[in-house]
Design a protein around this ligand. Structure first.
Ligand SMILES: [Zn+2]
Length: 671
């Protein structure tokens, strides 16, 4: 099997272990599970950092589950705690003299530990060595292995006395928590404390990862050590070096990562795919290419009240562009109530597996990626400038913006972290450009089409390089200040009429008012108007036939797209501009049809995901239709490859086959 189901399994020793072990065996067979990941000390039945006696109980459980696995199914281990997720009213046990994590206000956790603590490292070394003795396929490191999100701490840690001494030593002066944090978050030009914070976080977690990795390999050299993780934007604020961290854990074996899938409970498919593109796809781009990725399919707080079987299938199918080895599956309560057959998830898993395997086996997700190249850097937190300097959230990079937007617009895109490998159309958001020198930016802007949002254009001007985009000056127009009520198309017929409008109020964003250099060749596409129909600013514009300004920016969240930017007028403008730049790029019509494009040996493939809540009778693609000779497709609904009929139209293709809601199709086009 080339697509693995890793089923995360909870049972409570002494409560229901015998019953649930039998149930697990039957479920694994019914759902076609490849690997059973046994929780140790999970959530409701977690007693804190487990004692040696408790660990022996779990060791026995692991051995017993292993003995009862169906033939061909492997065992993995999921200790549910490293640093500990949250206090939840618990404290350290007798003999656990761990240093506790401390937040920026000096508040100390009762249970979550400082990852630099020597006695905790000794404890975690012994725990992983013990559980590794069952020789698991993968032993996981939970996503509490992080500095942020340790309730009840404010943001997280660590600002314990040891850490404050370390920061002080690195800074060359004695620092208070307040003074240090003010430096880390200082608005404008970054303060040296920023680098101290990020470097120190990075090194401390890598050291602890080495302890865990070495402990496992000392006992079971063939076991993989997998990393569970959270949002890449948030990990950026703790300086995470994904490659280094995974390499330390892997110790020569393939790196393994459980990337977060951003929906514990059911949402609309469209909203989910925006977050999937902004979070999961971005995270994938930050990992070494040979990483075995098993993303996080989780239903929380469990049962079909939270997530339907249909949405579960949609998450399985739509995760494939991450180029997966399989998926982790966490569907049932973690309190010991066990597997709930009545939910029917076993049927969903069983019925979807052939589709996942066929699409993965096609090898297409490993082909060369095509489309708009969205540049992003896992280290943007080192260079980005804060606006207010009061919260850690200001360190979350917004580089990935265009990935979320273009996924919703039906425009193929992919992330790239190396500016020298940028494609011929590169989209830049957030403060990504601050990672580059002036010479690197000049090289990036030369010989390719560049798309900038308002944030990126402002950064360019701030760096004294506005001339590269023909910009003399710029200023922000805050949302709802009255100046930008709507955007009007000025250069062409759009959506069937001239003067098409799209709102710029309420659920939109601030817009950047740009003053272009006198000599710049600017083709204005839209303008912003106030409620009195007076033109107040240029809107979208193409500069010198090689750069598009998309003037929206200063977004509230790096993992959402403002709803007002999602409409047919703006999608249509974007697709028109891109069609002129690269005519052969296939782009899907309509809302929320995500398209991922690949090429190899003269073939072009397009993975289409209908994330909207409407069935599509016939998908319309904008592309250079004349060059397409035939299309072979694998439809997830039909579960087979077949030649599909299509009509050529003036500006594209109409595929004469349906794409139902939350289903997908892989097209391979013969050109
Ligand atoms: Zn600490």
């Amino acid at each position: 099997m080339s697509f693995l189901y890793l089923f995360r399994f909870c049972c409570d020793p002494g409560h229901n272990a015998d019953h649930e072990t039998a149930s697990m065996r039957a479920f694994a067979e019914a759902a076609r599970v490849d690997d059973v990941v046994v929780f140790c000390g999970v959530q409701e039945i977690n007693t804190g950092h487990t004692t040696p006696e408790e660990q022996q109980v779990y060791l026995k459980l692991l051995a017993n589950v292993k003995k009862n696995l169906p033939r061909g199914v492997s065992l993995s281990v999921n200790p549910w705690h490293t640093l500990m997720h949250l206090d939840a009213g618990k404290t350290l046990r007798e003999g656990q003299d761990f240093r506790l994590m401390t937040d920026p206000d000096g508040r100390q956790s009762d249970l979550c530990v400082c990852p630099a603590c020597g006695s905790w490292r000794e404890y975690i070394r012994a725990l992983y060595a013990l559980y590794a003795s069952v020789e698991p396929f993968i032993i996981w490191v939970e996503d509490d292995f992080r500095f942020h999100n340790h309730d009840p701490l404010r943001w997280g840690g660590c600002f314990c006395d040891w850490h404050m001494e370390t920061y002080s030593r690195m800074a060359g002066k004695a620092l208070t928590r307040d003074e240090f944090l003010k430096g880390v978050l200082r608005p404008g030009k970054t303060h040296p404390y920023r680098k101290i914070w990020l470097d120190c976080c990075r090194v401390v977690l890598q050291e602890s990862a080495a302890v865990i990795g070495d402990a496992v390999r000392g006992v079971s050299p063939g076991s993989r050590v997998g990393l569970m993780s959270s949002l890449p934007q948030v990990h950026a604020a703790e300086g995470r070096d994904w490659r280094a961290l995974l390499t330390v854990l892997a110790g020569g074996l393939p790196p393994v990562c459980r990337v977060h899938l951003p929906s514990y409970s059911e949402d609309t498919g469209g909203k989910y795919m925006i977050r999937f593109n902004l979070i999961s796809m971005l995270n994938r781009a930050f990992l070494p290419p040979n990483t075995e990725v098993y993303p996080e399919l989780e239903n929380f707080p469990f049962t079909r009240f939270t997530k339907s079987r249909k949405f579960t299938r949609f998450q399985l199918l739509s995760a494939l562009p991450m180029d997966l080895a399989g998926i982790t599956i966490d569907l049932f309560d973690l309190n010991g109530s066990g597997i709930v057959w009545e939910e029917g998830y076993q049927d969903t898993l069983r019925n979807t597996k052939d589709v996942l395997t066929a699409l993965t086996d096609s090898g297409i997700f490993k082909w060369e990626k095509e489309g708009v190249c969205v540049l992003a850097d896992p280290c943007s937190s080192y260079t980005l400038q804060t606006r207010q300097g009061i919260s850690m959230e200001e360190l979350y990079p917004h580089d990935a913006f265009f990935g979320g937007l273009l996924g919703a617009y039906g425009v193929p895109f992919y992330y790239e972290t190396d500016p020298e490998r940028a494609g011929r159309v590169a989209a830049i958001g957030g403060q990504y450009l601050r990672n580059l020198s002036a010479a690197e930016i000049e090289a990036l802007f030369s010989g390719r089409f560049i798309i900038l949002n308002g944030d990126a254009a402002e950064v360019l001007v701030d760096m004294g390089l506005g001339r590269l985009a023909g910009i003399a000056a710029c200023e922000w127009v805050p949302q709802n200040n009255g100046e930008a009520a709507y955007e009007q198309v000025e250069d062409a017929v759009c959506q069937g009429w001239s003067g098409a409008r799209a709102s710029a109020m309420i659920l939109c964003s601030d817009v950047l008012r740009v003053t272009y250099c006198g000599e710049a060749d600017v083709k204005k596409i839209t303008g912003f108007y106030n409620s009195f129909r007076e033109r107040t600013a240029d809107g979208q514009a193409i500069v010198g036939a090689r750069l598009l300004i998309f003037p929206f920016g200063r977004f509230a969240s790096p993992t959402e797209i403002p709803p007002m930017l999602l409409n047919n007028v703006r999608q249509s403008i974007f697709q028109r501009v891109l069609g002129e730049v690269c005519a052969s790029l296939p782009m899907a019509d309509g809302p929320y049809v995500s398209a991922y494009c690949y090429s190899q040996g003269g073939q072009t493939a397009l993975y289409l995901i209908n994330a909207s809540s409407d069935d599509i009778e016939a998908v319309t693609l904008k592309t250079d239709a004349a060059s397409v000779k035939g299309i072979r497709a694998y439809s997830s609904a039909a579960g087979r490859w077949e030649d599909i009929p299509f009509e050529r139209r003036q500006d594209g293709l109409r595929l004469l086959c349906p794409l139902p809601m939350w289903e997908t199709a892989m097209l391979v086009m013969e050109c």
